[in-house]
Write a protein that binds this ligand. Sequence first.
Ligand code: FO1
Length: 328
Amino acid sequence: MAANRDPCAKVPFVIAILSGGVGAARFAMGMSALVGPEEIAIISNVGDDEVLHGLHISPDVDTVIYTLGGAINPDTGWGLEGETWRVMDALSDYGGLTWFRLGDRDLATHLFRTQLLREGNSLTTITEKIRKRWNVRSKILPVTDGRLRTILYSIDGKDERRLSFQEYFVQQAHRPEITRIAYEQSSDAFATEEVLETLNSASAIIIAPSNPLLSIGPILSVPGIVNLLTRRREKVVAVSPIIAGKAVKGPAAKIMAELGLGPTALGVAEYYCEIASGIVIDSADASLADAIKLLELKVTDTNTIMNSVEASRALAKVTLDLVAEGLY
Ligand code: FO1
């Protein structure tokens, strides 16, 4: 009964973050510091997943878990801190596949995930177990439990060359010029119940400063996600990973240029304008704000370089303020 309702009762409050790897993990650290770890749910790209040595590797999921668990290798931004490489060294002695380096302790994560997958568990259930082992209190939700793979195509002489994400990103060091991207998916690659529920109820949905085409594109390719975000557009704000025409890390600007999307914060805004109502850009790009506003996006500029948890927290705060702007 209304008369018995506690006016101060806590309304469920969840910030959903659409996430790639390193940049998103750093952003999630800041958001966690700002609102508390239990108040965030990270919806993770699985288009980078790869099966090597018979093991299922989920790099973006693991990068976020290791980062929030305080165990990430700070030098690389992926893998575990203080890692040893004895298995890779022994494999190299055989002339085995070592271009994708799996540390000794990191291997345990892939062995564990692969075994549980073989026993019929979903990626969501297994991720829940892995995040608990690392004492991560935020929800980490693979966007789908089905098969989703980002495939990159380049021209090799007269032929089209097909590369898995990790072949492109690590083995070829993102050098090939890309002509198209496909987000290949199995017929069961629908968004999980957990993801749909989170996106439907979230107080805010933040698109992390991840590569739009390689990290967020695969999430958006999952049936139903774009419709849901479009319907909740007022609550969706993106953070540009591009600063002054360059990505802090990785090939985002290069690949955007190759695929005809301007490699600028404006290009990022164009990519997201149907599903987001606002974008946070770096102060170095403040001059693009007027052009971005023409896309009917709210825009704020601030420091977006996350070189400390404090800087990530400040960015998270600006992002949430932009969601709230215009709502009250
Ligand atoms: N990135 C590299 O540049 N070289 C590697 O050998 C490598 C191995 C690796 C192993 C496990 C893992 O979770 C991530 C790993 N990464 C490696 C990072 C990964 O390729 C990318 O950062 C993401 O897929 C892009 O978000």
